[in-house]
Design a protein around this ligand. Structure first.
Ligand SMILES: NC(=O)c1ccc[n+]([C@@H]2O[C@H](COP(=O)([O-])OP(=O)(O)OC[C@H]3O[C@@H](n4cnc5c(N)ncnc54)[C@H](OP(=O)(O)O)[C@@H]3O)[C@@H](O)[C@H]2O)c1
Ligand SMILES: [Zn+2]
Length: 336
């Protein structure tokens, strides 16, 4: 299964990725650089083009020692795999090749071939950090799932521009001020894939547990509006992801006819609470459930959530494309 691809870049107010000088230009401020460091810490590989290596000589490592420690506690390498796309030999003194802290691979191929190669190396979440050529290539190939575009409050005048394929529409997921910069988060693809991928990424926010999976979920109204999102143990150590969001949305007139997207099949039986999530979903009037991962018989001998939902007349849709993303952070490794 191809990795989930997050493309990340910073642009000036006039749409440039860099200025025309030979000096490295850092467009975003310290708060955004720290945010990007957090995103790096959450992926399996970081990819750039040879042009970025030549122009900026980045190290492509997780800067925060605390974030590296968290990765190690998840039995991951301290920093993600570094991937450089290049058709020509790279300068052997490039920091991405000489700085210790992560492995580096140099690849040459189409976006599809590169993604298949990385999937074979166990990469489930990939972050593309530029530059102009590589962003355009992956956007044009339809190979980007999420775009994090940061607009910095500077005018540059001339330099490489941020460009993509003509006529492609993205769906806005979030806007956020980060210091003096603005983050625009967009997703590409059909609505079911966009919402389910977003739910799967929410698994990363779950407080760890040795006795339960980490699950993310999203509730989306019939008109496409996202009503709410939840993740396991968000408000209470016993909460399932669906429970938190449905509690928050109780009484919302848009729930009947809404769709619930969950990284894991909702539970059909529950020891720690009187009602299973399937019962809560039915009671809320939700008409459809889309999920990525069928629950394995691990914490429950015979998972029965899908059967319970179908008995209640709720339509269920399984999108196995997103199973690796759903599973990536679903289980705290000390419980293995
Ligand atoms: N603002 C930001 O967030 C940001 C982030 C990153 C970079 N940048 C800026 O972007 C600029 C660099 O952009 P760029 O367009 O010149 O370079 P780039 O996109 O980083 O790299 C393009 C090069 O990558 C290689 N490449 C691309 N696709 C490939 C493929 N499928 N297989 C094999 N090799 C492939 C080719 O290198 P070969 O020549 O080796 O074949 C190509 O010339 C710099 O000014 C940098 O500062 C800005
Ligand atoms: Zn549940």
């Amino acid at each position: 299964m191809r990795p989930h691809v997050l493309a990340s870049c910073a642009v000036s107010l006039d749409g440039f990725l860099d200025d025309a000088s030979d000096e490295r230009l850092i467009l975003s401020g310290p708060a955004d650089l720290d945010r990007v460091d957090g995103e790096r810490a959450g992926v399996d590989a970081i990819l750039v083009g040879a042009g970025t290596v030549r122009a900026d000589d980045p190290r492509l490592l997780v800067r925060s020692a605390e974030r590296r420690d968290v990765r190690v506690s998840w039995r991951r390498t301290p920093s993600p795999l570094r991937v450089v796309l290049s058709g020509k030999p790279l300068d052997p003194a490039a920091r991405v090749l000489t700085e210790p802290g992560a492995e580096t691979v140099v690849l040459d191929g189409s976006p599809g071939e590169v993604l298949d190669d990385l999937a074979g190396r166990g990469v489930v979440r990939l972050m593309i950090e530029g530059g102009a050529g590589v962003l355009r290539e992956f956007l044009t190939a339809g190979a980007v799932d999420e775009l994090q575009l940061v607009v910095a409050p500077v005018l540059v005048g001339a330099g490489p521009r941020f460009t993509g394929a003509p006529g492609v529409r993205a769906a806005l997921v979030e806007t956020r001020s980060v210091g003096d910069d603005v983050l625009l988060r967009h997703r590409f693809g059909p609505p079911d894939d966009r919402h389910l991928a977003e739910a799967c990424v929410l698994t990363e926010r779950c407080p760890p547990s040795e006795s339960a999976f980490s699950v993310g979920c999203l509730v989306v109204a019939a008109d496409g509006a996202v009503l709410g999102s939840g993740w396991s143990r968000r408000d209470d150590p016993l909460d399932h992801a669906e429970e938190g969001v449905l509690r928050e949305l109780a009484g919302d007139p848009r729930l009947p006819g809404a769709t619930l997207y969950s990284s894991l099949e909702p539970c059909g039986q529950r020891a720690s609470r009187p009602d299973s999530c399937a019962t809560l979903i039915e009671r809320a009037g939700i008409g459809r459930v889309v999920y990525a991962w069928r629950e394995p018989p691990e914490f429950v001998a015979r998972p029965s959530g899908i059967a319970a939902l179908e008995r209640a007349g709720i339509t269920t849709t399984h999108l196995p494309r997103w199973e690796p993303l759903a599973r990536r952070s679903a289980r705290w490794p000390s419980a293995m």
